[in-house]
Design a protein around this ligand. Structure first.
Ligand SMILES: Nc1ncnc2c1ncn2[C@@H]1O[C@H](COP(=O)(O)OP(=O)(O)O)[C@@H](O)[C@H]1O
Ligand SMILES: [Mg+2]
Length: 304
């Protein structure tokens, strides 16, 4: 009998439209390959759909808050049905840029210097604190967002104004800006998949550079690195994946500067849209889209 796959996509995060696109692409490919597929939103009808459709595997195609951060994973645990990508704790840790950085630092994975900043800290001279610990320019970003949403590169002169745009997050991360090359690498099922370099035409690899094909970010694959550096990159990527106990596919984002890789973050629900990087890396290394999806399905599990 053909396997039944329930895809969960959409959701309420700022990456909703990307998730819908990921879900659509995955569904199309599965249907083409004779799987029985249903797509659902992660809303109150989800349990009814799970009950009536009774899927063999749940494919989590959500990105961002409530999809990539352990919340939906907790709900999926209660269904007793294997679901794709990382489990509860790994998702929660990977989504928290401060928590995951602490783990990277403790395990000697280089990551940009940072401070975390809570908006309830009144009367502090932030610029002085930043100058003491970091060098300008800095990058400010939400602790638990994705797709470069609300990421800003700031100087001493515009940081106060830019921070106001993040006020709804309560807490943000302020990181030293690392110039240099933008390189991302992926792991699938505890194996090194490969890497890609992004050359944005914009100031940095922001939302438009990621999703608007008119922004014309160049994708360079294979990545032009010395053999030694490439293997360093892939070892770091696998190390991060294992440290956080991830499952299925992950993509780690790096800056490469002065011969060093700086890990910005690890993504536990990387995009699978037609512009997404993991399918592109997979294709380059001879893994078709359906084979990639099948490897993700194969690694689906439950924790309890
Ligand atoms: N410390 C940094 N130095 C230089 N560029 C950065 C830094 N942090 C983020 N960026 C830029 O912003 C993009 C998004 O940041 P990232 O930490 O990967 O968050 P997101 O979860 O939004 O993808 C990166 O791909 C990079 O182009
Ligand atoms: Mg990123």
């Amino acid at each position: 009998m053909n396997k039944k796959i329930l895809i969960i996509s959409g959701g309420i995060s700022k990456e909703r439209t990307i998730s819908l696109d990921t879900g659509k692409q995955v569904a199309k490919e599965l249907i083409k390959n004779n799987y029985k597929v249903k797509i659902s939103e992660p809303n109150f009808r989800l349990f009814q759909i799970i009950e009536s459709f009774n899927p063999d595997v749940i494919f989590n195609a959500l990105h961002g808050q409530f999809g990539e951060d352990g919340y939906i994973q907790t709900i999926l645990e209660t269904t007793g049905i294997p679901y794709t990508h990382s489990g509860v704790i790994s998702s929660a840790i990977a989504m928290d840029k401060v928590l995951s950085k602490k783990i990277f630092i403790q395990n000697r994975i280089l990551t940009p210097k940072y401070i975390s900043y809570a908006f309830d800290k009144t009367n502090i001279n932030l610029i002085k604190i930043i100058e003491k610990k970091l060098k300008f320019p800095v990058v400010i970003k939400p602790i638990n967002e994705g797709s470069s949403v609300n990421v800003f590169i700031c100087t001493k002169f515009n940081i106060t104004k830019n921070l106001q745009k993040l006020i709804n997050y309560k807490k943000v991360i302020i990181e030293e800006f690392i110039p240099g090359r933008e390189i991302q690498a992926a792991i699938i099922g505890s194996k090194k998949l490969g890497a890609i370099e992004l050359k944005p035409k914009r100031k940095f690899y922001d939302y438009q550079a990621k999703y608007n094909s008119k922004a014309k970010t160049e994708h360079l694959i294979p990545v032009n690195l010395k053999k030694n550096d490439y293997s360093k990159l892939m070892n770091l990527t696998l190390k991060a994946h294992r440290l956080i106990n991830c499952r299925g596919v992950t993509r780690s984002d790096f800056k490469f500067f002065n011969g060093k890789f700086y890990l910005l973050e690890i993504n536990t629900q990387p995009g699978m849209t037609s512009l997404s990087l993991v399918p592109e890396i997979a294709a380059y290394y001879g893994l078709s889209f359906i084979k990639l999806i099948e490897l993700i399905l194969k690694d689906a599990s439950k924790e309890k």
